[in-house]
Ligand binder design. Structure first.
Ligand code: PLP
Length: 399
């Protein structure tokens, strides 16, 4: 079969809810992927940050295969030897007291919403069914109906209502608006520390710290979605560590699964997590031994291979080099660590067109919205590989 045949077959049998670049992959290793014609590409997206440890990471592979030969998915009806260890390690790394394991990011966000509301009723005496959660404009927290219901992006929600409410959108990065939105019925503010899908949107410096103060003052939980920003991506283990000790609640996913398996978690203080009792929440696959074995290995790799430090160092380098390019297309280069948004002037060219041109040069990345090209390579990438990419990016961005 040819490239076009694979594409036609997907188009025939699949929902058209993605618009992939016209490349059909069938193999990968490290930071590189291959298409069915044998062309080789540098992966500059790493599965939206899920693949931070690199494709087919040998340690992840080994951990997965080992656990597959021991115990698979017994469900949470029983204890296992792996889940407690995973929870303990994740709590130690994040500074949280307890965790609740799920699979996809959206499920972990749903878990945070449930925890926040119950906490509001039980610890803040919010009247029944009145709890309100504040969220940010431009937010992306997943695709369930509850979550898209509080999106500010019509594309994510059009035709999927009715939505139940209970959420209020405040402008991202606007402290005054956040302060104004704090009414007695607010139980939590859930936000991304840096907005990934919105286009690597950075809040003003000092914002997180101030948000934490405002939340504290109003007895409102401060919950961060670090599904994409966490585990080294921004040059700290977690993006919040650029400014604060720890939030009240933390949501993780993506890279926690080592690029091969969906592993997510909600973490918080014991006071918050203890709103759950048996029967109130759960997941058949959440926290299974395979997920735990992979998650533990992903955390080990983060530390042993100094992924966070690499991200900080190489991120600065690549941003500096990108800013040196004299390009008629680029309005701004921004980001933290190996998580970079190149803002493209739509009057000149579309971000999609840039991605297609980069594909032609052997680099795979993806636009987010119409005007931003996101660079988020595996955190295992070498400086030589980045230099290889920069040469090609330069040739596409300059005229
Ligand atoms: C990807 C992402 C999610 C959703 O994760 P899924 O695993 O796709 O459900 C939620 N929040 C953020 C910030 C994300 O980047």
């Amino acid at each position: 079969m040819k490239t076009q045949d694979y594409i036609e077959r997907e188009k025939k049998y699949l929902a058209y809810n993605y618009h992939p670049l016209p490349v059909v992959l069938n193999r990968a290793e490290g930071c590189w992927v291959w298409d069915v014609d044998g062309n080789k590409y540098l992966d500059f997206l790493s599965a939206y940050s899920a693949m931070s440890a690199g494709h087919l990471n040998a340690r992840i592979q080994k951990a997965l295969i080992k656990q597959l030969g021991i115990l698979g998915v017994p469900s949470r009806a029983f204890y296992t030897d792996k889940l407690g260890e995973f929870a303990e390690r994740l709590c130690a790394l994040t500074g949280m007291e307890k965790m609740l394991p799920m699979n996809t990011g959206a499920e972990a966000v749903e878990t945070a919403i449930k925890a926040a509301r119950r906490w509001g009723y039980r610890h803040k005496n919010i009247p029944k069914d009145q709890a309100k959660i504040l969220v940010s404009s431009g937010n992306f927290h997943g695709r369930t109906t509850t979550i898209v219901g509080f999106s500010s992006d019509e594309e994510y929600k059009a035709g999927f209502g009715p939505f139940d409410g209970g959420f209020e959108i405040v402008p991202y990065g606007d402290l005054k608006a956040l302060e104004r939105a704090m009414t007695p019925d607010v139980c939590a503010y859930i936000t991304e520390p840096v907005q990934g899908e919105a286009g690597i949107v950075m809040p003003p410096k000092g914002w997180l710290k101030k948000v934490q103060e405002i939340c504290k003052k109003h007895n409102v939980l401060f919950i961060l979605d670090e599904i994409q920003s966490g585990l080294g991506r921004t040059g700290k283990d977690f993006a919040f560590q650029h400014e604060i000790g720890a939030p009240d609640g933390l949501i993780l996913g993506k890279a926690l699964g080592g690029g091969v398996y969906p592993v997510s978690a909600f973490l918080s203080s014991a006071e918050i997590m203890d709103v759950f009792e048996p029967g109130s929440h759960g997941s058949t696959f959440g926290g299974n031994p395979i997920a735990c074995a992979i998650g533990l290995e992903a955390l080990d790799i983060l530390k042993d291979e100094k992924l966070t430090e690499r991200s900080a160092e190489l991120g600065e380098y690549i941003k500096d080099e990108l800013r040196k390019i004299n390009s008629p297309y680029v309005r701004e280069v921004r980001g933290a660590g190996l998580w970079i948004g190149v803002d493209i002037d739509p009057a000149q060219i579309s971000a999609r067109e840039i991605c297609e041109q980069l594909q032609g040069k052997g680099i795979l990345c993806k636009e987010t919205h119409e005007t931003i090209v996101r660079f988020a390579p595996p955190l295992t990438i070498t400086k030589d590989e980045i230099d290889w990419a920069l040469e090609r990016v330069r040739s596409v961005l300059s005229v």
